[in-house]
Write a protein that binds this ligand. Structure first.
Ligand SMILES: [Zn+2]
Length: 103
């Protein structure tokens, strides 16, 4: 019977994450989890992709903020710029690239 560590967690009801765009702490469930695949940042819609994640409000303004602050390379600990076009497409509600036809 071991009892320890209880105080550390206190009464935290739900896990929280900080949005990499606006830096506001929000319940994890309200944020979009992003992961890095190569040089792309992609939305982890099912929460099943492995690796370091970043959290973002599902809004274009937070995505733009994150880009402006270069928050993604920092969040994913990589030196270079990352392509967020798949995240943007997701937030804009566009179909996947294979379905898109140039007009
Ligand atoms: Zn945000």
């Amino acid at each position: 019977m071991r009892q320890h560590g209880k105080l550390e967690y206190g009464d935290h009801a739900a896990p929280q994450r900080t949005c990499v765009g606006c830096r506001v702490r929000t319940a994890k469930s309200e944020l979009l989890r992003l992961v890095r695949v190569g040089n792309d940042v992609v939305p982890d819609l099912r929460g099943r992709l492995a690796g370091r994640g970043a959290s973002l409000h599902p809004s274009l303004s937070c995505l733009e903020l994150a880009e402006r602050r270069r928050a993604f390379p920092r969040a994913f600990r990589v030196p270079g710029p990352l392509d967020v076009s798949r995240v943007r497409a997701h937030l804009e509600g566009e179909p996947p690239m294979s379905c898109r036809t140039p007009s």
